[in-house]
Design a binder for this molecule. Structure first.
Ligand SMILES: [Fe+2]
Ligand SMILES: [Fe+2]
Length: 357
């Protein structure tokens, strides 16, 4: 997509945003020399649909997802497909997954899904698989190879032997600070599958990997972490252009490790804090030069929003569009060899939430 086209695209989408915040992420793929190959897809994640009783669900989380679906349907240009980043449900109940899928059923076009730990640990993914199919798969679209991995598996003894019931297991894994939890991992079986899957892909083919947890290690205490991340990264190393998109952390994060760009999506439900804010815990993510201003309880959709990811030339250029904060762009700096925020804001000069609606 030419720069002019892209600006027009941003303008149209920003105008749409002005009509109301969009808790979706629109991802622009601009790999090819031929503009006919450029395409976009939307990214919605972490709705945490919560069942109360009977047909009652927590309304606020329903509303976040309903809004994302309605607004994704208005996107112009139309995204080629929608990706859902996991955690449809809060406690993995069939009612929650079904209710979430009823809402997501309103989306126009194809939707691809990845498993979140909140979808998994009640029944080890049985209902999710029944509704949505396999937990790992790949597909090709307009010259890009897409891979979906279930990154929230853990040790067999923790999954199968440790807990008296699925409910107890789910409650332990549903906590942010989960001392009884267990680190997430992709596991031997899927890594063997991934190796085989990638063997038939040309090194110049752009590869995009969807996972729920980050395929990088950020903060173990909150499971912002995938234990075998380095082993997965090693399988992706031979490719010229790799992008990993993940949910789970409910916040903006970006990183570059070797040839791999990492980007997190915001949630439609709520924002999580940054790990650094929790008792000054060390985080393995590079310092974000412009952290989000949040969470302000007076702004219902603060810390939700969407972003454009332009991977032209194989490096990510991310335009963040935040409903209650000033927009910003994080652009790969070839000199520095890493993404750089174009609007550095020291902590005492952050721009506060901008407007109510
Ligand atoms: Fe989540
Ligand atoms: Fe999650």
């Amino acid at each position: 997509m030419s720069k002019l086209d892209r600006r027009g695209f941003l303008r149209r989408s920003t105008a749409l945003l002005a009509a109301g915040s969009l808790p979706v992420s629109l991802v622009e793929m601009a790999f090819g020399k031929s503009s006919s190959q450029n395409f976009t897809f939307a990214y919605i994640s972490d709705s945490h649909i919560t069942h109360l009783k009977g047909r009652e669900f927590v309304r606020n989380w329903d509303r976040g997802l309903i809004r994302a679906v309605a607004e994704a349907n208005l996107l112009d240009p139309r995204p080629d497909f929608v990706f859902y980043g996991g955690d449809i449900a809060q406690l993995g109940k069939p009612e929650e997954i079904d209710h979430g899928l009823d809402i997501l059923g309103g989306l126009r076009g194809k939707v691809h899904y990845v498993m979140g730990e909140h979808d998994y640990y009640l029944d080890l993914g049985e209902h999710w698989r029944k509704r949505l199919g396999p937990e790992h798969y790949s597909f090709d679209h307009k010259g890009v190879h897409f891979v979906v991995l279930n990154s929230i598996l853990t040790f067999d003894d923790w999954m199968y032997d440790k807990w008296p019931s699925g409910e107890e297991r789910m409650h332990q894994m549903a906590r942010l600070d989960n001392p009884q939890g267990s680190p997430f991992m992709v596991g031997d079986e899927q890594r063997a599958w991934l190796k085989k899957d990638l063997a038939k892909v040309g090194r110049q083919t752009p590869v995009v990997v969807f996972s729920h947890s980050p395929l990088q290690k950020i903060y173990k205490g909150w499971n912002f972490w995938t234990d075998d991340a380095e082993q997965v990264q090693a399988l992706l190393k031979p490719f010229d252009k790799v992008t990993v998109l993940y949910g789970h952390v409910h916040q903006i994060q970006y990183n570059q490790i070797g040839n791999i760009s990492f980007h997190a999506a915001m949630a439609t439900a709520w924002p999580w804090p940054y790990p650094q804010s929790y008792r000054q815990q060390a985080s393995y993510l590079p310092k974000l030069t412009v952290p989000m201003n949040r969470a302000d309880p007076f702004f219902e959709r603060d810390a939700t929003g969407w972003q454009f990811i332009d991977l032209h030339s194989g490096n990510a250029e991310v335009a963040y569009v935040l409903p209650n904060n000033s927009n910003r762009v994080v652009r790969f700096d070839p000199g520095a060899g890493k993404p750089v925020d174009t609007q550095y804001q020291p902590a005492d000069k952050r721009i506060p939430p901008q407007k109510h609606y």
